[in-house]
Each structure stands twice: as C-alpha cells, then as structure tokens.
Design a protein around this ligand. Structure first.
Ligand SMILES: N[C@@H](CCC(=O)N[C@@H](CS)C(=O)NCC(=O)O)C(=O)O
Length: 353
C-alpha cells in the first residue's frame, strides 16, 4: 500500500496543467504519494534525468518502488508506469477499504474499478477512446485557431509553451556535446525530432501581429495549414470521438450510479477541452458542453437524451440521489455535473474559479 511508514512512497511526476496528470493526482496528497512537478512548458520532461525514468518523456509518470526484489541491481528496484490507464488502476488498487483519503475526507476511498465484466468492457472502451490519437489533449492545445482573430487569442500561450520547450531542447543538445556523460544516439534523435516538430508549429504561430496577407509566402502557407489542421482536429477528429463517447455513457456517472475509473479519465480530459473552448471548470454541465460544441464548429451538436441525474430537481419530493432529468441534455453534461459535486473535483479545480 502506498504511504505506509516502512515502505518508500511512490512518486508521481506530473504537470498540474496537463489533462492526464490531473486524472491521476485526483484526491491524493503528500501523505500518500510524493508529487513532483515536471514543467512541460519548460521542456523538463525532456531532461536527461527525466528521460532515464521515462524514455518517452511524458507525464504522468508513476515510479513505484519494489522493496522485496531479489535482484541486486538498482535498475530493477523500481518500476516506471507511463500509461495513464495503468497509473490510475494502480493508484485505485492501492487504496483498500481501510485506506483513508486524508486529503479530501476521512471516509474510505471509493474503489473506482467497475464491479462487473460488462461494465469493465464499457470502461475499457471509454478509456481507449479518450487515449486515442484524435483525442490527445496536447494536439488540441497546439491546434486551436481557425483564423487570425482566434490565432491572436491563443498564440501567446501556445508560443510561450513552444519556445520554452524549444529552448530546453537546444540546451540539452548543446550541453550533451560537452558533458562527460553523453546520452545515447536514440535520445539525441528523439531530441532532434521533438525540436523539429516544435519549430514547425512555431513557424505557424509566429508574427501574430501581422494579418495573413502581410506574411511571406512561406509564412502564409504555414499559417493556412495550421488553420486547416485545427479544423480537422476539432471538427473531424474530436467530434467523432465525442459522438462515440456519448454512445458509451450511461449517466449520471459514465457507467451508471457509481463513480468509476472511466469518470476519472473522462472528466480530466473534458475539463481541459472546455478550457480550450473558452469555458471554465466551474461552468455547469449544459453551459460547458454547449461551449465545447460551439468551439468545435461546423454546426456540431451532441445527441440530447433524457438521462438520470444526480440530486433533486427543483420542487421534487424524491430523496433518492438518482432520478430522471427534466429535459433532454447531452450525457456528457450530466456526467460533468455529477463529478463536479465531488470533493476531489473541488480540490483539483476549485482554484480555477
Ligand atoms: N502515454 C500517456 C499519454 C501521456 C501524454 O501524452 N501526456 C502528455 C501531456 S497531456 C505529455 O506528457 N506530453 C509530453 C510532450 O511531448 O510534451 C497515455 O496515453 O497513457
């Protein structure tokens, strides 16, 4: 179990601004887990030290110590989990019925794993969908302007991020030339590829004060491609993910009456997308999802259903926590509202208000 006195604590490397990192840090605190920040905007995930832990350079990364290993070499005394699904599953398993979430409440932590095989299959479908290429939060963060006005809004944030990352990559490459301990050729190639990809994006979001017509031919082309890629990422890729996702959701939580591992993935991801769409984690479900639909553009709307909601509707005498929604609403909005009421949500997103 994590956090027991004689066992080293697991270490979660995360970036508080990254969608998947938030899914993992939900409800955990320093008494249970060592939390270490890796600033993606400063390229810290590409440092030689971090790449030794996770050669993919992604967050979240969970380092789990093995105390009882028979192997003498230090390499095998810890294991790095780099897959969000595996990390969430392990963090959930490590909180037994007697484990307490000291950080959010004194009550035993809920077990997030679905109890039945059929619900596990639905959870798996949802999680796989959320981690598919077109759903990648960072892709939608980089590609988020379809015209000059939108570009002027997002360029400061996106280019600060990209410049920080680019500077770090240049520094790691330069330092490596004179360092007594050189990185492998593989790492060097990885750095060069990341640097190249970063430069391509930077070319599209630079000179933002200039209107499209004032740019050089190359600049115009880079910007036009960026607009088209944004449109494809949101209107084609993301809209398909959201449509498929809606079909899997039960309500009020992703799998029904009980919060599950699927909600942890879903809501962290959705909150990030709502913020990219100009909304806030404090918006109610209907407002948040409408913003997202409008931001996707092309007239995209999610199907609206009558689904069970958590809590009472005004004037109702029912005391059961679950009852039918009064008006048809997107299932995603219902799940959003259900999860928003939970203490772990308030802990993670409360500060954004
Ligand atoms: N490997 C993870 C995804 C984690 C991931 O892609 N994280 C992003 C941030 S949301 C990241 O670390 N990107 C690193 C970068 O290239 O800057 C999974 O799908 O389970």
């Amino acid at each position: 179990m994590l956090g027991e006195s004689n066992i080293p604590k697991a270490v979660l490397y995360y970036d508080p601004l990254s969608a998947w990192s938030l899914a993992d840090s939900h409800g955990y605190g320093e008494d249970e887990l060592d939390l270490k920040i890796v600033d993606l905007a400063r390229g810290e995930n590409f440092s030689p030290a971090f790449l030794r832990l996770n050669p993919k350079g992604t967050v979240p990364t969970l380092i789990v110590p093995f105390e009882n290993t028979l192997a003498a070499d230090t390499e095998s005394r810890y294991k790095a989990l780099t897959d969000v699904e595996a990390i969430i599953a392990l963090l959930d398993r490590s909180r037994s019925a007697t484990s307490r979430t000291h950080t959010t409440s004194a009550a035993p932590a809920p077990a997030l794993s679905p109890a039945t095989i059929s619900l596990s299959a639905v959870a798996k479908n949802i999680i796989t969908l959320l981690h598919s290429g077109p759903a990648a939060p960072e892709l939608l963060f980089y590609l988020n302007a379809r015209n000059h006005a939108e570009l002027q809004k997002v360029a400061p944030t996106v280019s600060t991020f990209l410049k920080g990352r680019h500077g770090a990559l240049e520094r790691y490459l330069a330092e490596n030339e004179t360092s007594p301990v050189r990185v492998s050729e593989k790492t060097k190639t990885f750095w060069l590829e990341k640097k190249h990809a970063t430069e391509e994006l930077l070319a599209a979001v630079q000179d933002v004060d200039k209107a499209d017509a004032e740019l050089s031919e190359a600049g115009k082309k880079a910007r036009q491609e960026y607009y088209e890629n944004t449109k494809a990422a949101w209107e084609v890729g993301l809209s398909l993910v959201l449509t498929k996702l809606s079909k899997e959701l039960v309500g009020p939580f992703a799998l029904g009456d009980q919060i599950s591992v699927a909600d942890a993935h879903l809501v962290a991801w959705l909150a990030f997308l709502v913020e990219l769409s100009g909304g806030s984690p404090t918006d109610n479900g209907a407002v948040a999802i409408t913003r997202l639909e409008q931001h996707i553009g092309g007239g995209f709307t999610l199907p609206k259903d009558t689904v069970p909601v958590v809590g009472q509707t005004a004037g109702s005498e029912a005391t059961t926590p679950t009852q039918a929604a009064a008006a048809p609403v997107a299932k995603l909005a219902v799940v959003w509202d259900a999860v928003k009421e939970r203490p772990s949500w308030k802990k993670v997103y409360g500060g954004h208000a």
